[in-house]
Design a protein. Structure first.
Ligand SMILES: Nc1ncnc2c1ncn2[C@@H]1O[C@H](COP(=O)(O)OP(=O)(O)OP(=O)(O)O)[C@@H](O)[C@H]1O
Length: 485
């Protein structure tokens, strides 16, 4: 996948990295939507790709299939010759490269605005949308990310962030630009990560907050041989998770972006004087998404009605909007969705709800679809979650709306507990804990314990699935009228 990031655009084609954790039906829908001519299939994804193709209707011709063999594949097979390759593949990747024309001239894009990639969004709030980016946008994003994260030349980069997630936030190209070493990993667990850090002298890695939580909650934590820079984004990182991760020797940076921006375009630019603050205060500041990176022209939080900037008071809610070179060209075959979020004046409306602090740092409070409206008041599920993450027994937490006869909606918390607890908290214990730390209207009225919370293939908690569960529980009873007071 790493080589293809370069080979496909240089051949004049458009690259679409498909999320290999998706099911065959979704992959089939994406393939029919983007109509590729050629599909490169990793050896471990053969059955997924073949099943996806088998779901094509008879009138739709499938792409040519090229098999990428791996001489160290985990399936046990060594690099088998093409004669043993399934006949539905036209060739192997290596044979294609060998046959290649050494005099082939790199096909340059006609214009810097020509498309280079198509990336599908994670599908956290609805079906994945096909985001198209230009050469210009991706170039800007790549350079911007290297500068913003202050990546030195020749880093050792561990791929804990999948390359299919917005081209690894554009670090696929970024690592090549600065002569980085790429350490790729097929299986992902804390023990593998700790041993690869030691083995290869890893200096940099990226991951969604779920990755930080896994690394800092693992029973297999190993001391780091050197400080490792870890960049997190993709979902709100709870302050408690940030400070746990830093206490292990990771240097955490926090950024914010969307598939639609090609990578991270807002980041929590760290001020040296904040190092003097206590750990909990540092983590609280670092949990804020921050300020625009230099590749962005503008980033703001605006009132959805008036379009004007909200007050810089850290509490007035508005929508996060962005303007700059790495905003997408648009959604593939979906002009309505494109027009809805990309305005004529160049602003891109993210659908994320946030506040602007007095120092100009923005902070996400929710995705607009996740805001809980209780008794007419907007309530940030992210704020309730950050309190729950501080509870010593809680591993993961997500808060969604549950219908309520009196209040309209009340917060319903879904939590998974840490392993090896001697005493498990009850629903009431958790409610009491929140009561001591939150205004009463924000305290969850219901707490549901789960072994694990459902996640998207990019590691985001699927709030829509939890919302459905909360809805299925029926309205919380009107006794909650008293419990709110
Ligand atoms: N640092 C962050 N803090 C909070 N949320 C973040 C952060 N970074 C990204 N996000 C969330 O991730 C979203 C972008 O994610 P992505 O493009 O992967 O697809 P998705 O929005 O999860 O999926 P879909 O658009 O299909 O529902 C942002 O809109 C925001 O809600």
């Amino acid at each position: 996948m790493y080589e293809i990031q370069f080979g496909v655009p240089m051949s004049g084609a458009i690259l679409n990295c498909i999320n290999t954790r998706l099911d065959a039906r979704t992959v089939s829908v994406l393939l029919r939507h983007c109509e590729p001519k050629l599909l490169f299939v990793d050896t471990l994804s053969q059955s997924l790709a073949l099943e996806a193709i088998s779901l094509f209707p008879p009138n739709k011709s499938p792409p040519l299939l090229v098999l990428i063999q791996d001489d160290q594949d985990d399936a046990g097979g060594s690099n088998s010759s093409l004669s043993t390759v399934d006949s539905r593949f036209c060739c192997t990747y290596e044979s294609l490269v060998e046959k290649g024309n050494p005099n082939f001239k790199w096909i340059r894009p006609k214009s810097e605005w020509s498309p280079i990639v198509l990336n599908y969004t994670s599908g956290t709030t609805s079906s994945p949308k096909g985001v198209v980016h230009s050469h210009r946008g991706i170039f800007t994003m790549t350079v911007d990310s290297l500068i913003d994260w202050e990546v030195p030349k020749q880093p050792v980069y561990l791929w804990t962030l999948p390359m299919f997630h917005a081209n690894g936030w554009s670090f696929t190209w970024g690592m090549a630009a600065i002569g980085g070493t790429n350490v790729c990993v097929r299986k992902f667990d804390a023990s593998t990560v700790y041993s690869l850090i030691k083995k290869h002298g890893v200096t940099h890695m990226c991951g969604a907050p779920v990755v930080l939580n896994m690394l800092s909650n693992s029973p297999e934590i190993k001391p780091l041989p050197n400080p490792v820079q870890i960049l997190t984004a993709g979902a709100p990182p709870p302050a408690a998770v940030l400070s746990r991760t830093e206490s292990l020797g990771f240097v955490v940076s926090h950024g914010y972006g969307l598939t639609e921006t090609g990578g991270l375009v807002v980041s929590c630019a760290w001020k040296r004087e904040w190092n003097k603050l206590p750990a909990t205060e540092r983590a609280r500041l670092k949990a804020r998404q921050g300020v625009r990176t230099i590749g962005m022209t503008e980033a703001d939080v605006v009132d959805p009605e008036s379009g004007l900037s909200v007050k810089r008071d850290g509490s007035t809610l508005g929508e996060i909007v962005l303007r700059g070179a790495s905003v997408m060209l648009g959604y593939l075959k979906d002009p309505n969705a494109t027009n809805k979020c990309m305005k004529e004046n160049g602003w891109f409306y993210t659908g994320d709800v946030g506040v602007m602090h007095s120092d100009g740092y923005m902070e996400i409070k929710d995705r607009s679809k996740d805001v809980i409206i209780s008794g007419g008041e907007n309530l940030s599920s992210v704020e309730v979650e950050s309190v729950l993450y501080n509870h010593p027994a809680i591993n993961e937490a997500a808060v969604v709306a549950r219908p309520d006869e009196y209040w309209g909606e009340t917060p319903c918390a879904f939590v998974s507990l840490k392993n090896e607890l001697t005493q498990k908290p009850s629903e009431q214990d958790i409610i009491q804990y929140c009561r001591a730390k939150l205004p009463h209207y924000m305290v969850p009225k219901t707490v549901v314990f789960k072994e694990e919370l459902p996640k998207t293939s990019t590691g985001k908690i699927q709030k829509f699935a939890l919302r459905d569960m909360a809805k299925a529980m029926g309205p919380s009873s009107s006794s909650s009228r008293l419990s709110r007071m």
